[in-house]
Design a protein around this ligand. Sequence first.
Ligand code: HEM
Length: 597
Amino acid sequence: MPPKIKYNTFLTLSINCSLLPLSILCTISNFSSQVTANNKEKMRTDIESLWVFALASKCKSFTSINSICFVLFILILWLVMNIIYWSHPGGPAWGKYKWSKNSAGLTSFNINNYNNNDHFLVSKPIPGPRGFPIIGSMNLMSGLAHRKIAAMAEACQAKRLMSLSVGETRVIVTCNPDVAKEILNSSVFADRPVKESAYRLMFNRAIGFAPYGVYWRTLRKIAATHLFCPKQIKTSEAQRSQIAKQMVTMFQLGGRDIIRVRDALKLASLNNMMCSVFGRKYNLDCSNSETEELGKLVNEGYDLLGLLNWSDHLPWLAELDPQKIRLRCSQLVPKVNRFVSRIIDEHKAQSGDVEHDFVHVLLSLQGSEKLSDSDMIAVLWEMIFRGTDTVAVLIEWILARMVIHPQVQFKVQNELDKIVGESRAVTESDVSEMIYLPAVIKEVLRLHPPGPLLSWARLAITDTKVDGYHVPAGTTAMVNMWAITRDPDVWADPLEFKPERFVNGAEGLDFSVLGSDLRLAPFGSGRRTCPGKTLGLTTVTFWVATLLHEFRFGPVDNNSSVDLSEVLRLSCEMVNPLTVRVRSRRAQQKATPNNCN
Ligand code: HEM
C-alpha cells in the first residue's frame, strides 16, 4: 500500500475514534517537520493533510466551554510528543524522524527494501546524547564545539559514530578516521547543509555551499584550472615572495621588537588574495582604503558565518531573527556587491596588454561555463574570504609553537641555514628541499587544525548506511578532526608537540595531510575537499620559512608564556593574539620603507 494512502487512513481512523486533537497535532507536527527538516524538504508541503483542519472547524464539540480544555489537551499532547521525541537516542530530531516515519508507514517500506540482515541495521539507533527537549544538544555546538563533542562522544562511548539533535537538525559526528573516510569519500555526502547566513551572503552560488551538481562541478573545474593548478601556483611565486619581503621590512621597521603578528599576517594574506583574484597590488605598510574596506567586509562575513544561527535549527524562530544575523547579512551584501562589481567593471573596461588575474579568467568564460555578474561576485568574494583567514590563522599557530619550543625553532633555522645560507632570502625551491619544516607544519596542523570540525559540514543527499547504521537523507554529517588527531588510539603521545614523528617516526616522511590519510586530514577529503590546499600550504610554508630565516621569535619576557587558548569562529584561532619578541638573525640589512605611491 502506498505510504500516502496509509497516512490518510490513519487520519480518518483517528477522527473516527474521537482523536481529532491528536490528528491535528500529527498534521501540525508533520507539516512543520516537512517545512523545516532540511533545505529540500523545506520546499515540500503536504496540502492534502490540511483537510483535517476543515473537519475540525465543523466539529460541534468546539464550544466555548471545551475550548480551554481543548487547548490544555493540545498543550499536554504537545508536551508528551516532545518528551517521546526527546527520549530517542540522539535526542528530539531523531525521535521526531523515527516517529514520523513510523506513522507514515515507511518502516514497512524499508523492510521491503532491505534484506533481513540490513533491516536489523536499519532499526538500530545510533548512540548519542538526548540533550534537552526541543533544542536537543544545541549547547554542544556553541563555544569550543570540537572539545564538547569529543567529550560527549567519549562519555556516550560513541567515538565511531554519534547522533545528535541540534534543534530540529539531525546530526551525526564521527571521531574515528575509518568512519570519517567512509563519510567524506562517499558521494552521498557531497552536499552541504546551507546555513541562512551562507545563503544570504551568496555562498550558495560559490564553490563552498553550491549544491552538489553541474554548477558546483563547473566552478571547481574553473578554479582548479586557473587558480589552484601547479602552473598557476608557480606563476604566483613572485607575488608571494614580494609580500614576504614586505612582511620582513614591516617587522624590521616596527621600531619595536615586540610585535602582534596577527595583524601583519591577516593583511599579508588579504593582499596575496587581492593580487591573485583582483590583480590588485598594495604594499603592506602603506594603508589604502580599498584593502581596509575589503578587510572589514571579510571580517564581518567571517563573524556571521562562524555564528551558530539558532534559526537554522529552530525554524519557528526564523521570523524573529533573534541574533540579528539576517539583518547584518542584508547590510553586508550590498557593500560586497558594490565593491566587487566596481572591480569587475574596471576589468571590463581594460584594454591592451594587462596582467591576467582571476577576474579576467571569469570574464573570458564562454558557453556553458559563462557566469552571470552576480555569480561572478559570489565566486570572487568566496576566494578572497576563504584564502585570507585560514592562512593567517595557521601561521599564527606555527609561530606560537616556535616560541614555546625554541629547540624546534632552532632546528628549522639550522636547516634553513644549511639549504639557503645567510646571505640571501629564501625561495620556494629552497623550501621544497626541506624536511624538518614540513614536519613542523604537519605537527601544528595535527594539534591545531584551523577547521577542527572541518569548517563546513556535509549533508546526506539520500538515505545511506554509515558504519552499519542507517542514516536518513537530510542528515548533517560532521567529522571531528581535532578529536581524531588527539586520540591516543590513533597517535602515540598525542598531546606532545613532536615534529620528529613526521621525519623518522611511524608516520614517516611520506605522510600526506592532503586527504588520503584520515588520521590527519585538515583540508578534508573526497569530492568536497579543500581546493585551495596546495596553494594554502605553499603560502604558509614559504612565509614561515622566510620569517624563521630572518628572525628569532621569543616570548615577550622571561616570565610570560604563550596562551594557547582557542576560540572557534569559522576557523579555530588563538583567543589572545600572539605577541612576540622578534630578533633579527641575519646580519642587519638596512630596511628601507616602501614607497607608498
Ligand atoms: C591553511 C589553509 C586552509 C585550510 C586548513 C583549509 C581547510 C578547508 C576545509 C577543512 C574545507 C572543508 C573540506 C571538506 O568538506 O572536506 C575547506 C573547503 C574549502 N576551501 Fe579551504 N582551507 C585552506 C585554504 C584555502 C584557500 C587558500 C582557499 C582558496 C583560496 C580555500 C578555499 C576553499 C573552498 C572554496 C572550499 C569549499 C570546497 C567545496 O565545498 O567544494 N581554502 N577548506
